[in-house]
Design a protein around this ligand. Structure first.
Ligand SMILES: [Zn+2]
Length: 126
């Protein structure tokens, strides 16, 4: 497992580009919000969480991968991530934010991400 969760990952950069192209303004890593969401669209009271499929156990072929070594360790880690994701989303909603999860596998298809975010109105010219 050479995957290390870090800031400014490639899927995150892809999502930023798409959000920017949609004319939406955002801030990065909302440090005062639960789970420090990757993108914060303050004007829309929404946050975008860019999640790695393996780490956050997406229901896709990448999320279903079971490591052959240190299986218990990874599974415990991933379960903790999923539980934390759930908690963070709940807390965000309670604070009036709309959390939107964009999965790593979705960033391979830019149109798919655009569709997911198209209900936002651009911030420009207003
Ligand atoms: Zn996935």
């Amino acid at each position: 497992m050479s995957l290390i969760r870090s800031k400014n990952t490639k899927p995150e950069l892809i999502v930023r580009k798409i959000v920017h192209a949609l004319g939406l303004r955002f801030r990065l890593h909302g440090s005062n919000l639960p789970g420090r969401p990757d993108l914060v669209l303050k004007r829309h009271q929404a946050v975008i969480l860019v999640n790695g499929c393996f780490w956050h156990r997406h229901v896709c072929k990448f999320g279903r991968v079971v490591p052959k070594t240190r299986t218990d360790f990874w599974e415990a880690k991933r379960s903790a991530n999923v539980a934390r994701d759930r908690r963070n989303k709940r807390d965000l909603r309670r604070l009036g934010w709309t959390p939107i999860t964009v999965w790593e596998c979705e960033t391979r298809d830019i149109e798919r991400v655009q569709r997911k975010l198209r209900f936002f109105r651009p911030d420009r010219k207003s």
